[in-house]
Design a protein around this ligand. Structure first.
Ligand code: NCD
Length: 364
């Protein structure tokens, strides 16, 4: 079964096809208005969301399909203790495709292993958010006319900002991309992104705390919200929440055709005055998100029964436990602990659900 759990589940060619379909939907919406007639999308949102859920719902309705689901874990059987695996099996009897958001990292992956219908990851904890990446890629493509050969600055909460993690993973597949990582020291990008994506793909990147210093180099500036809900200590959030605020005067040194993105919701990291600047593209990004979700639903339903290649090599099952408290393995009963050997030389194993590195020695 074809799912979208991680953006790397799709090739560059497939991403291009999705973008082409999204542009065609934009031009000829009437051609698509009945494509999903009789089909149901289940939106299983175990974590609060307005735009992503409504974007999925609008996408399915504009394709002529219908939507069932919930937007709050307390109104689902999870509140009674149901596992993600059981929820996925049950919903497979009611719907044709699932979009799932969950606070635990790896939960949509667990759902995909148990569902008999395609599963889309609509955001799992601080891990990834591949459909936001679809919106981001289409916006970059439409604004810049290309994705290759650009310098992209990510600013804000790079530690918990799942949209950042997924977009970097996607950009790693395009040529000549430069990355600038702008964050306070406490909110730097996780090591697994540096080791598994940036270093492995020899992507040039630099880390800085200064937005002003980075600004003149950037073709795309990706601003993010400091993710309050992921902090254990509210005082740390209070200290960091206003680390970066993009204002019109800070844009004076930026390229005239720089493109400003933000996955939204914005708190105050972009001043409202910036909205009028031609470089502000974050509301276009919202529309592009809906178009890409329409293209995605069409693709996954069309490919429902095609086989997916799975890299089952180098997997270690149940010999070690993931020590990331935000990982789905910390709550889901009966779940195998599965680790993938990602760095043979140094004996580094990573949890296949959340990608956390849990052990550094060779396992027999
Ligand atoms: C993002 C998310 O949920 O990770 N928002 C979204 O998908 N619209 C970014 C955020 O919440 O800050």
């Amino acid at each position: 079964m074809r799912n979208l759990i991680d953006i790397v589940d799709f090739s560059v060619q497939e991403l291009k096809e999705l973008m082409d379909t999204a542009c065609d939907i934009d031009l000829h919406p009437e051609k698509y208005s009945e494509r999903c007639k009789g089909k149901k999308l289940a939106t299983l949102f175990f974590e609060p969301s307005t735009r992503t859920r409504l974007s999925f719902e609008a996408a399915m309705l504009e394709l002529g399909g219908s939507v069932i689901g919930f937007s709050d874990a307390s109104s689902s059987s999870a509140a009674k203790g149901e596992s993600v695996a059981d929820t996925a099996k049950v919903i497979s009897c009611y719907a044709d495709i699932i979009a799932m958001r969950h606070p635990k990292e790896g939960a949509p992956y667990v759902a995909s292993k148990n569902a008999t219908i395609p599963v889309i990851n609509a955001g799992d904890g601080g891990h990834c958010h591949p459909t936001q990446t679809l919106a981001d890629l289409l916006t970059i493509y439409r604004q810049k006319g290309k994705i290759e050969g650009i310098t992209v600055g990510f600013c804000g909460d790079l530690k918990y900002g799942r949209t950042v993690h997924s977009l970097i993973a996607a950009l790693a597949r395009y040529n000549n991309i430069n990355i600038v990582l702008i964050s306070p020291n406490e909110l730097k990008i996780p090591d697994y992104i540096k080791e598994e994506i940036l270093d492995k793909n020899s992507m040039p990147y630099l880390e800085t705390t200064s937005l002003e210093e980075a600004m003149p180099k950037l073709d795309v500036l990706y601003m993010t919200r400091v993710q309050r809900e992921r902090f254990d200590d509210p005082k740390v959030y209070e200290r960091l929440k206003n680390s970066y605020i993009l204002t019109l005067d800070k844009l004076e040194t930026a390229k005239k055709d720089m493109c400003i993105l933000h996955p939204l919701p914005r708190v105050n990291e972009i001043s409202v005055a910036v909205d009028k600047d031609e470089r502000a593209c974050y509301f276009k990004q919202v529309l592009n998100g809906k178009l890409m979700r329409m293209a995605l639903i069409l693709k996954l339903l069309a490919e429902k029964d095609a086989c997916q290649d799975k890299d089952e090599k180098n997997l270690v099952v149940n010999k070690i436990c993931c020590n990331n408290p935000r990982c789905i393995t910390s709550v889901e009963q009966e779940l195998d602990n599965i680790f993938k050997l990602t760095d043979k030389k140094n004996g580094i194993y990573r949890c296949i659900y959340c990608e956390n590195q849990s052990i550094k020695k060779e396992i027999d």
